[in-house]
Design a protein. Structure first.
Length: 479
């Protein structure tokens, strides 16, 4: 059984063993902070993405979705401020040559202090860090690292360089001939694809303010300290929504979206006490108010989603750089203006990590005469990679044929999995481990009276029902 300390490692191993997540290019020893989603991981990820998409677009009549390209005109990133501002203060250890993000070093130290029971000291360290970051006081940050007695994890020394800023964007060349090629960036956020399409969508969709544009997709950041599994990666996926509003109404909408997004996370069946809001002290270059929704991962409370009041920063700058008007005519007040924007931005990979951390359960099933245990992923049925496993008890006596009929009746409605190999108990355990909420078993009684056994993953309760009712029963849980 995993203790609190090794629970995170147990989840990582489980993700690999059961086809959820693999290290990228593993046969070449992997690529740091890049991961691939396997056969069940990609299903779970897709289900989370679809659920977000439906909540945003289908459930909000004034939000539409787009799918913009990863490559964008390089001026986009000048206008957005990313060329000049998308950097983090870093510090190098002179002995190991290892580079660290300053805030990560200090946060790790604060975690360490908290674990030692020195909560007040940890809080004071973080408060001082926030103050120095907000003031861009790099000398102060270096001194704070030295005073906190922080050592490099590799060299073990405190031989630090000055604190400097490093841009996090990846660049590449567009064009086949090197002389003609121009430098472009892999997008560090999906948001800009929405801003540059603001007028296209507003005009073609006849959208009236307030309205939103949602998008999911890959983003890339050259994270210096990229570890903690899929929590911080160099290639990751975001689910973002930009909500265009009348200037002056941003405070109201900020509160509205904070509440709305918190409700969404709670709708995943996760207890309230696992979430908290964290207001930003140092605001990003585009924001006049911002907070994170933090979730208590097995590695502690960490950022899951950002809610940002982005003012008219982005549209105004795109208007400036592109010389194209980004204005909206508001018929209700008879005025032209550049809309303000409220952004919700959640990491799909972090949501995946939250969902799987929450679902991962080790159960002791031992009885007086037998030691037994199981690992079960208690995923909500709507998110589970497979909804129903169809399991004939034996590979003979006509049972596979009946099982195939059930499979054919269900598989166009939801994801099913057919398996006839191994003892039924082992098959149940494999399905528990990937979070399949229902297993249906076909046995000799099925031939006599047309009933099957339906097994519920969490309670392990087994009920006898007519085979003809299986599809309806499972579908009821998927809404
Ligand atoms: N458009 C605003 C924006 O990108 P952000 O706070 O930098 O804001 C939003 O990122 C979300 O994207 C984060 O809350 C996090 O869930 C996710 N995210 C950011 N960097 C990430 C990384 N390196 N790996 C995985 N997810 C990341």
């Amino acid at each position: 059984m995993a203790t609190d300390n090794n629970r995170f490692q147990a989840i990582i191993s489980h993700c690999k063993e059961y086809g959820f997540i693999f290290q990228s290019s593993e046969i070449y020893d992997g690529l740091s902070a890049v991961y691939d989603y396997g056969q069940w991981g990609s299903e779970l990820k897709k289900n989370i993405r679809d659920y977000w998409w439906k909540s945003m677009t289908q459930m909000h009549e004034n939000i539409v979705g787009i799918d913009a390209a990863i490559f964008m005109h390089p001026t986009t990133w000048k206008a957005s401020g990313h060329v000049d501002n998308f950097s983090d203060p870093m510090i190098d250890n002179k002995d190991s040559k290892k580079r660290y993000r300053v805030d990560h070093l200090l946060e790790a130290k604060a975690d360490e202090l908290e674990k030692e029971g020195k909560k007040a000291e940890a809080d004071a360290l973080l408060a001082e860090m926030d103050k120095l970051l907000a003031a861009n006081d790099y000398d102060g940050l270096k001194k704070l690292i030295e005073d906190a007695n922080i050592k490099c994890a590799i060299s073990g020394t405190k031989n630090w360089t000055e604190v400097r800023q490093f841009n996090l964007m990846f660049s590449t060349q567009l064009g086949s001939v090197s002389e003609e090629a121009s430098e472009i960036y892999l997008r560090p956020e999906t948001a800009q694809g929405i801003f540059v399409n603001f007028l296209n969508v507003q005009k073609t969709g006849r959208m009236k303010i307030p309205f939103g544009i949602a998008q999911t997709g890959k983003a890339f950041r050259n994270e210096i300290v990229a570890r903690q599994f899929i929590f911080r990666m160099r290639e990751f996926e975001q689910m973002e929504m930009q909500f265009f509003i009348r200037p002056g109404s941003q405070k109201e909408w900020y509160e509205y979206w904070k509440e709305e997004r918190m409700k969404w996370h709670l709708s995943l069946g996760i207890p309230k006490e696992k979430f908290r809001f964290h207001d930003h002290v140092k605001l990003a270059h585009y924001a006049d108010a911002a907070c994170d929704i933090e979730y208590e991962f097995p590695i502690g409370f960490k950022e899951l989603e950002g809610i940002h009041s982005r003012t008219d920063f982005d549209l105004k700058n795109h208007q400036l750089y592109s010389k194209k008007k980004m204005q909206y005519f508001d018929p209700e007040i008879n005025q032209n203006y550049i809309p303000y924007v409220l952004e919700t931005s959640v990491g799909l990979d972090r949501t995946f990590m939250m969902v799987i951390s929450e679902a991962y359960t080790e159960e002791d099933l031992s009885t007086a005469d037998k030691q037994d245990s199981r690992v079960v992923l208690k995923l909500q049925p709507k998110l589970a990679p497979i909804k129903l496993a169809v399991l004939p008890l034996l590979k003979k006596d006509g049972l596979p044929e009946i099982a195939r009929e059930i499979m054919n009746n269900c598989k166009s409605h939801f994801r099913c999995f057919y398996e006839e190999k191994d003892a039924i108990g082992r098959r149940y355990r494999r399905m528990d481990a990937i979070g399949t909420p229902f297993c249906v078993t076909i046995d000799h009684q099925t031939k006599e009276d047309g009933t099957v056994t339906i097994r519920h993953r969490d309670s392990m309760q087994q009920d006898r029902i007519p085979a003809s009712q299986v599809r309806e029963l499972v579908a009821k849980y998927l809404i």
